[in-house]
Design a protein around this ligand. Structure first.
Ligand SMILES: Cc1cc2nc3c(=O)[nH]c(=O)nc-3n(C[C@H](O)[C@H](O)[C@H](O)COP(=O)(O)OP(=O)(O)OC[C@H]3O[C@@H](n4cnc5c(N)ncnc54)[C@H](O)[C@@H]3O)c2cc1C
Length: 425
């Protein structure tokens, strides 16, 4: 309640008879005028024309006009150095991956001096380091090798044991044991020659049901003191439950309604966003890419719809005016960037016939010394299960190699494990 409103109500209680009716009438007129005033004020927020990515762009990409488009962008959400025209970007190379619709800025482009210093066959890209400790290892001018695994990258195979991995660069790394944390289906389909797969044949892998996929919208918005009470974790269910699941898993269509998990970690730790702001994402389950949905066409409208829903249903009132950052990923990102078969978000679908013994095994039946770990294997998806899967795989290796696990804690490499790092696709 505003203080003017409170004073008005108090004054009304103090009056009696016709003066009370007259005062009430005046209050009503004043409230109507105020409401009309604020309605007139809430027109479209001031905005500027800036350059954004017209499609998902990989790091190191040479920009051409078709990669860019001009859009109106709210002034309150402008990046630090927005690009007002395409001329500054065309012919430059991207320093990082850019999602479709993401604003172009000079920070997203490689410094021409760096590009000119590259030898033939070299590319430069900015790499996000996981933590401060890794940052301390890197100094200006340092060279970082990234090792994406290549297609058909496993060396050896049944009846021979795995003896290492071949990287996309063609370089081979020898190892006594190979552990794949990549998607289970693509580990076999892309990294192990079918000639070496008696159990995990293409048909068996493709027959398995894959989990749903996701649209995840990452956004930042300005805080307001009258924000409704939301939690760190919020589940907002749509009007339908079983039917929506049928649309996602069986019919594989993009339904008009949706349920979502809204995540606002800044309600727990405000330091995760600039002062006065929240950082959030909302995750919407959608069919995996076996649906054939064209996400290039559907994604912008879908993301607008979700943001409008949160705004108009009062979960985050005026979100469209308050939003300062927005980007999103779709099932295409899960498939093409993360290498998840059919764009699955959680590995093989956790249904009874794909659970426990029936779920892909952590020790390969086809290739000796090949082990799998992660959500596609046993026991299943979600961070706690994935940690358990790591423990199970480590135990299997220890048993196979007669290693006392207690003696190797903290000395990874003792059994020659090779992690697959980076992504070739
Ligand atoms: C938006 C979202 C929110 C989630 N929230 C929760 C939550 O709150 N709680 C929870 O418990 N779980 C949550 N999950 C699930 C959880 O994150 C996953 O189950 C878990 O991270 C899977 O771990 P993983 O090691 O199996 O796979 P990933 O973490 O996906 O790691 C596999 C890695 O392998 C890489 N890779 C693939 N192919 C290759 C290749 N050929 N060469 C090299 N690298 C390759 C991929 O790029 C990827 O980086 C969430 C998932 C999503 C998507």
């Amino acid at each position: 309640m505003t203080s003017a409103h409170a004073r008005c109500t108090a004054a009304l209680y103090a009056l009696a008879g016709w003066p009370r009716w007259l005062a009430a009438g005046l209050c009503l007129i004043a409230a109507t005028v105020a409401a009309l005033g604020s309605a007139t004020r809430s027109g479209p927020p001031p905005s500027s024309t800036i350059v954004v990515a017209a499609r998902d762009l990989p790091a190191g990409h040479l920009l051409v006009p078709a990669d860019l488009r001009m859009v109106r962008w709210p002034d309150s959400a402008l990046p630090r150095d927005p690009m007002p025209s395409q001329a500054g970007a065309i012919g430059q190379r991207t320093a990082q991956q850019l999602f479709r619709g993401e604003p172009m800025s000079s920070a997203a482009l490689l410094d021409p001096a760096v590009v000119s210093a590259l030898a033939a066959g070299q590319v430069a890209a900015s790499v996000t380091l996981a933590g401060r400790d890794q940052g301390a290892l890197v100094h200006r001018g340092a060279v970082i090798d990234l090792y994406p695994a290549s297609d058909q990258g496993l060396v050896g195979g049944s009846p021979l044991p795995a003896t290492g991995v071949t990287l996309a660069s063609g370089r081979s790394i020898d190892a006594d044991v190979v552990v794949s944390n990549a998607d289970y289906a693509n580990t076999y389909l892309r990294l192990v020659d079918p000639a070496h797969r008696r159990i995990n044949r293409d048909a068996v892998i493709k027959f398995r049901k894959q989990s749903m996929s996701l649209v995840v919208i990452y956004f930042g918005y300005a805080k307001r003191s009258d924000d409704p009470e939301l939690r760190h974790h919020n589940i907002i269910l749509g009007p339908r439950y079983e039917e929506l699941l049928t649309d996602i898993f069986e019919r594989k269509i993009l339904a008009a309604d949706f349920s979502q998990y809204l995540h606002i970690p800044t309600l727990t730790d405000a330091s995760l966003a600039p002062p006065g702001h929240h950082a959030a994402y909302t995750l919407i389950p959608v069919p995996n890419t076996q649906s054939g949905i064209d996400w290039d066409k559907a994604s912008d409208g879908f993301a607008d719809k979700v943001i409008t829903f949160l705004d108009e249903r009062g979960y985050i009132p005026d979100l469209r005016q308050r939003i300062v950052y927005r980007s999103f990923i779709t099932p295409d990102y899960f498939e093409k960037t993360l290498g998840s078969y059919a764009g699955n978000g959680f590995g093989v679908e956790p249904r009874l016939t794909q659970t426990a013994f029936f779920r892909p095994h952590n020790r390969s039946e086809d290739v000796t010394n090949l082990y799998l770990v992660g959500q596609g294997t046993q026991p299943g998806g979600g961070t706690p299960s994935v940690m358990m899967s790591a423990k199970m795989t480590a135990r299997e290796i220890a048993r196979d190699f007669a290693i006392d696990l207690n003696s190797v804690v903290g000395t990874v490499g003792t059994v020659g494990m090779v992690g697959m790092v980076g992504s070739a696709r």
